[in-house]
Design a protein around this ligand. Structure first.
Ligand code: ZN
Length: 63
């Protein structure tokens, strides 16, 4: 795990469980899909960075 990887708690937009995702801040902002670890449904995650720190994180339901 790189030191620029940061654990974040999000709420799954499908099942509303709190889950932890890891965001890699080394490459700047990204958007990607990750399956919820509870309900296994896809979540669209998008984040932006500023000065190597997480600036914003958005989570949407993806089907
Ligand atoms: Zn879920």
């Amino acid at each position: 795990m790189s030191e620029l990887e940061e654990a974040r708690e999000i709420t799954c937009p499908h099942c509303w469980e709190r889950i932890t995702v890891f965001v890699d801040l080394s490459a700047g902002g990204q958007s990607y899909y990750e399956d919820c670890s509870v309900c296994c449904r896809p979540i669209a995650i998008a984040f932006e960075t500023a000065d190597g720190e997480l600036a914003s994180l958005s989570v949407e339901a993806a089907e």
